[in-house]
Design a protein around this ligand. Structure first.
Ligand code: YOG
Length: 135
């Protein structure tokens, strides 16, 4: 059983969110706003479903899924695209593949040194974020 990613996490570092947003086709105006935000990640397990919330003062994005079960994702308030998403455990990494219009799209979450790590992929871009637990 992999370590639990559940809890409330605040972003302490972000690298190449700009590149990731360019990959997604986010407008310059929205990118400028998004780059100033401190994201909070809230990960909960409700029965056999995970609920992942990304919270900020500008917009929030919430979705939920079962591991190993493909679902329709609508990235409302992000790039507003539909994709077919599948989340699986690869060792201690929770990995999502988002199949749709954008190539090579997905993300991975894992714990390292008591921090929550996130890599966001789109096209040839990788954004790396680190979160610390809110106590
Ligand atoms: O995380 O998808 O935890 O989906 C970062 C990318 C900014 C909106 C947030 C709102 C944002 C404008 C999503 C920020 C780039 C920019 C707070 C990260 C797109 C649009 C919502 C993400 C996964 C894994 C869960």
């Amino acid at each position: 059983m992999p370590v639990s990613l559940c809890g409330t996490w605040d972003m302490v570092n972000s690298v190449n969110l700009e590149g990731y947003m360019i990959g997604l086709g986010i407008s310059l105006y929205t990118r400028k706003i998004a780059l100033k935000l401190k994201h909070r990640k809230v990960i909960e397990k409700v029965g056999d479903r995970y609920v992942v919330k990304t919270l900020s003062t500008f917009r929030n994005y919430t979705f939920s899924f079962r591991v190993n079960e493909e679902f329709e994702e609508f990235t409302k308030g992000l790039d507003d695209r539909h994709c077919k998403s599948l989340v699986t455990w690869e060792g201690n990494k929770l990995v999502c593949i988002q199949t749709g219009e954008k190539k090579n799209r997905g993300w991975a979450h894992w714990m390292e040194d008591d921090k929550l790590h996130l890599e966001l992929y789109c096209e040839d871009q990788v954004c790396k974020q680190v979160f610390k637990r809110v106590v």
